[in-house]
Write a protein of this length. Structure first.
Length: 292
């Protein structure tokens, strides 16, 4: 087989491969800025919680209208936002730490959602919701993903500077209580929106991978936020491309294949990344010194 047949022909010949790649690239572009700030603010657990928090709402909508896109999107968004807000409120009004509060929310939401689906539908439906079916992405799912990406990037452009300030000087925004709370809630809403859009493509269990793994990997390649966002987009897009090819040629489940490729980028970065990678830390490059 030629390189064209291996690499490009699947996308040239099959519409479902084009739609799958388009959906994943849109998710990578939309989720990269969020992923970078979630890593910087040590809030990656919240992203995982949110991805599972949408499950009960999506499950209830599924019982009412089946696998209809927009009802499941609305149900997932409402449930995800409600769970994230409740977990945040519990952290603020009690002595419970944030990680414990979000973990409790994550476990409760996942168990409740799986219970709803399992008692009223087949295991095939459950697997579809948990793991998605990226090769079945249709026009409506692409419109949803593109709409969420547009809203997300526009809002991130507005709150970009305040988020940077909060990452490096949290006390500044806390001193301006109203603005700090607004920026935080808007960021939270954007995370939920992206999780809902990603869930329609990769499922609730895999959606977080395409947002968080590229963002974590870039920490080993750049200290600059702008460069890190660009690299996260690149890692996410390339992971999607390679994962879909592996899925096509070896009959692998598409979502897990994409996330595993993103995991490979992370592992490679851990070893050879120029900012804190294992090889750099234990075998630093020699510096040349001028002799006087």
């Amino acid at each position: 087989m030629s390189l064209y047949e291996i690499i490009l022909q699947p996308f040239a010949d099959y519409g479902f491969m084009k739609r799958a790649l388009a959906g994943c690239v849109i998710m990578a572009v939309s989720g990269a800025p969020l992923g970078i700030f979630l890593v910087l603010r040590r809030m990656t657990l919240m992203c995982d919680v949110t991805s599972h928090a949408i499950l009960p709402g999506a499950a209830i909508a599924f019982l009412i209208s089946g696998l209809a896109l927009w009802p499941m999107t609305l149900g997932g968004f409402i449930a995800g936002l409600a769970v994230a807000l409740v977990a945040g409120v519990i952290t603020r009004v009690t002595n419970l730490k944030e990680d414990a509060s979000f973990t409790a929310a994550y476990l409760t939401s996942l168990a409740f959602g799986v219970l709803i689906i399992s008692t009223k539908s087949s295991s095939v439906d459950l697997l579809h919701i948990l793991f998605g079916n990226v090769l079945a992405v249709d026009r409506d799912a692409l419109i949803l993903a593109a709409s969420v990406a547009t809203i997300s990037l526009f809002c991130m452009a507005i709150i970009y500077r305040p988020l940077i300030i909060e990452c490096f000087d949290p006390t500044f925004l806390k001193s301006r209580r109203s603005l700090g709370a607004i920026y935080h809630q808007l960021f939270l809403i954007l995370v939920v929106l992206n999780m809902v859009a990603s869930f329609q493509i990769l499922g609730t269990l895999m959606a977080v991978g395409i947002i968080i793994l590229p963002a974590i990997a870039t920490r080993f390649w750049s200290n600059g936020i702008d460069v890190a966002i660009a690299l996260a987009i690149l890692f996410g897009a390339v992971s999607s491309f390679i994962g879909l090819l592996l899925s096509y040629h070896f009959s692998l489940p598409s979502g897990p294949a994409i996330v595993l490729v993103a995991s490979c980028w992370y592992i490679i970065s851990v070893f050879i990344g120029s900012f804190g990678g294992i090889l750099v830390r234990f075998y630093p490059r020699k510096h040349f010194h001028m002799e006087h």
